[in-house]
Design a protein around this ligand. Structure first.
Ligand code: UDP
Ligand code: MG
Length: 329
C-alpha cells in the first residue's frame, strides 16, 4: 500500500484529511505492541485524519518483529522497520522520524505508559495550530527515588542548558512536518530528542497527560543507562560544566597564590619554619582531585567530539516489515 499523501476526491478544503504517522520505538515489546496497536486504533476510530503506524524494532531478542508483521497483516496502516541490532531508544526514534510520512508525526512508547487518549489530545493541540504538542506528565508513577532523580535532573538541566527544556516532557509528542524536517536536517549523532525538539522552536504547546505505570513487559532502562542518558542530555546542550571547571581552576589558583604569599612572607619575617606537612598534603590532594574532575569533564566533551567526527550512522536499518509474509527490503 502506498504511503503517499492522499486527498479525498472533491473534498472541500476545510474537510481536508491529513496524514498522521505514529512512530513507536520497540525493544522486546512483543506483549505491549499488539495492545498498543489495539488501544490506539480504538481511540482514533473517529479521528478524521488518516493514520499510519510505524513500529521500529530496535534489535529485539523476542518476537517483536513477528508482532509487527501480524499487526501489519491485520491492518494495512501498519508498517515496520527493523534495525540491525539494538541501537537504543534515541536511535530508534531517529530512525522513525526519518522514515515517517505525513503532515504530523507522533512519537510514543510501546509500553502503554503514554495513553491512547492522550494521542487525541496531542492531535487536538496540533489542529489548534501547535507545531510541537508535547505531553507533560502530571504525575509520575515511578518510585520515590527515581522521581527525585528525575526532578533533580530537570532542575539541573534547566539551569545549565542553552535551550528552554520543558520540565517533565519526555519523547511522547506530536510534531508537524516542518519540525520533523528540521530535526531530520540536524546532523549531530549524540541525540537527545526532547532537547532537539525544544531547540527546533516553532509553536510549542504543552499538553497535560497522566503517565501510567508500565502495564506489560519491563522497563528497558537500568540506572546506569539513565545516568548516561542524563549526562548525554546535559553535555549535548550545555557548555556550563566546562566553564565551571575554568572557574574552579581560577579559584584553586587564587588559593595557591594566597598560600604561597603566606609561606614567603612567613619565612622572610623569620617566624620559624612551620612543618606544615598536613596542610601541604591536603592542598596536593585537593588539587589532584580538582584536576581529575576537570579531566573527566573535558573528556566527556572530547568523547562527544570523537563520536561526531567518526560520522558513524546512529542506526543501521535491516528490513522493512509489512504484512505480506517475509521482510522486504
Ligand atoms: N526502547 C528502544 N530501545 C532501547 C530501549 C527502549 O526502542 O534500547 C523503547 C521501548 O521499547 C519503549 C521505549 O523505548 O517503547 C521506552 O522504554 P522503556 O519503557 O523501557 O523506558 P521507561 O518508560 O521506563 O523510561
Ligand atoms: Mg516506559
Amino acid at each position: 500500500m502506498s504511503l503517499a499523501y492522499r486527498r479525498p476526491p472533491n473534498g472541500p478544503w476545510t474537510a481536508r484529511v491529513s496524514l498522521v504517522s505514529i512512530v513507536v520505538p520497540c525493544f522486546n515489546e512483543q506483549e505491549s505492541l499488539p495492545e498498543l496497536h489495539r488501544q490506539v486504533s480504538a481511540a482514533l476510530e473517529d479521528c478524521r485524519h488518516e493514520i499510519r503506524f510505524l513500529f521500529i524494532d530496535d534489535g529485539s531478542h523476542d518476537d517483536t518483529v513477528g508482532a509487527i508483521r501480524r499487526a501489519a497483516t491485520q491492518d494495512p496502516r501498519v508498517q515496520g522497520l527493523s534495525l540491525a541490532r539494538n541501537f537504543g531508544h534515541e536511535a530508534a526514534i531517529e530512525a522513525g522520524l526519518r522514515n515517517a510520512v505525513g503532515d504530523a508525526v507522533i512519537v510514543m512508547d510501546a509500553d502503554l505508559q503514554d495513553s491512547a487518549d492522550a494521542v487525541l489530545q496531542l492531535i487536538a493541540a496540533w489542529e489548534d495550530g501547535a507545531d510541537v504538542a508535547y505531553a507533560v506528565r502530571q504525575k509520575r508513577k515511578e518510585g520515590v527515588l527515581l522521581r527525585a532523580a528525575f526532578s533533580g535532573f530537570y532542575r539541573l538541566a534547566g539551569r545549565m542548558m542553552s535551550i528552554d527544556l520543558p520540565r517533565d516532557a519526555g519523547p511522547f509528542s506530536l510534531m508537524s512536518r516542518r519540525v520533523v524536517d528540521a530535526l531530520n536536517a540536524m546532523p549531530e549523532h549524540n541525540r537527545y530528542f526532547p532537547g532537539l525538539r525544544a531547540f527546533a522552536g516553532f509553536k510549542q504547546v504543552p499538553v497535560e497527560v497522566e503517565r501510567r505505570e508500565r502495564e506489560l513487559g519491563e522497563t528497558k532502562y537500568s540506572i546506569a543507562r539513565r545516568t548516561a542518558g542524563a549526562v548525554n542530555a546535559i553535555v549535548s546542550f550545555s557548555k556550563l560544566p566546562l566553564r565551571a571547571v575554568t572557574m574552579l581552576g581560577f579559584v584553586s589558583a587564587a588559593i595557591a597564590i594566597a598560600g604561597g604569599l603566606f609561606v614567603i612572607v612567613g619565612s622572610v619575617l623569620g617566624n620559624g619554619l612551620v612543618p606544615g606537612w598536613a596542610s601541604l598534603i591536603v592542598v596536593i590532594l585537593l588539587l589532584a582531585g580538582v584536576q581529575l574532575v576537570t579531566l573527566g569533564i573535558v573528556g566527556e566533551y572530547v568523547g562527544k567530539i570523537y563520536d561526531e567526527v567518526r560520522r558513524r550512522p546512529t542506526y543501521i536499518a535491516a528490513d522493512r516489515i509489512d504484512g505480506d509474509g517475509g521482510p522486504t527490503s
